[in-house]
Ligand binder design. Structure first.
Ligand code: ADP
Ligand code: AMP
Length: 222
């Protein structure tokens, strides 16, 4: 199991591309979103979910150890043959160190960090127009990226959609502030390690997908 990290601001398109790649390469690629792990914990009503909900709703990030423990637990059940796309983790320098220690311990590595580079103004449009499938979590946008058949999820056929509580303009602005303060320093951190690929995330979903497929060899797993 080796890792590809998708790094970028909320709304930069990490989840959209990870979901397309995981769907294209079902046998080889797993999409792991720490945001989704936390939303699952909230839906289960676990202690961790209760703690995380108020932070997420306020646009803040959850404590490093709590998120890392959730992630580590999930990774235990993933075959070592797979490539894992980490979407939304690490989000702080301390999380990058926790991941580094885990990789050393398990003799795994980060193959590539894809940085989704895009201006804040566009992110507000993207996040305030986002909606998702209530059953499989597939992500759409009311103008830029709607399901092929109106009202039907492309991935699972569900007719049920929802909007995230934290995708309102006030919370989005807070999330962007937190991103610049806590997560953006990871761009130079990974650049210095020589693993960063800077992607123009303002392109269309299709064109980014093509670029990613060229840049990352996703099929052959070590
Ligand atoms: P992230 O996972 O980085 O928070 P998402 O993948 O959920 O971002 O995308 C945020 C919103 O922007 C969604 O509504 C999605 O449909 C839309 N979106 C994603 N990629 C693009 C793109 N390349 N062009 C236009 N809209 C996009
Ligand atoms: P996302 O689905 O990536 O937009 O994440 C939704 C929310 O979950 C974020 O705004 C954070 O509050 C929380 N979250 C997700 N991933 C992390 C992480 N790696 N560290 C801390 N908080 C996280």
């Amino acid at each position: 199991m080796n890792f590809i990290v998708f790094l970028g601001a909320p709304g930069s398109g990490k989840g959209t591309q990870a979901q397309v790649l995981a769907d294209t390469y079902k046998e080889h690629v797993i999409h792991l979103s720490t945001g989704q792990l936390l939303r699952d914990a909230i839906a289960e009503g676990s202690e961790c979910g209760l703690y995380a909900k108020s932070l997420i709703d306020a646009g803040l990030i959850v404590c490093d150890e709590v998120v890392f423990n959730l992630l580590e637990e999930k990774l235990k059940n993933i075959s070592s043959e797979k490539r894992v796309i980490l979407d939304g983790f690490p989000r702080t320098l301390n999380q990058a160190v926790l991941l580094e220690n885990f990789l050393q311990k398990t003799r795994k590595q980060i193959e590539k960090v894809v940085y989704f580079d895009i201006a804040d103004a566009e992110l507000v449009n993207r996040l305030t127009g986002r909606f998702m499938c209530a059953d499989c979590g597939a992500v759409y946008h009311k103008h830029y990226n709607s399901p092929q058949q109106d009202g039907v999820c492309d991935f699972c056929g569900s007719h049920d959609f929802k909007v995230r509580d934290d995708d309102n303009e006030f919370v989005v602005k807070k999330r962007l502030d937190v991103y610049h303060a806590e997560t953006e320093p990871l761009v130079s951190y990974y650049d210095a390690q020589g693993v960063l690929f800077r992607l123009d995330a303002a392109q269309s979903v299709e064109s980014i997908k093509k670029t990613l497929l060229k840049k990352i060899k996703l099929v052959a797993a070590e």
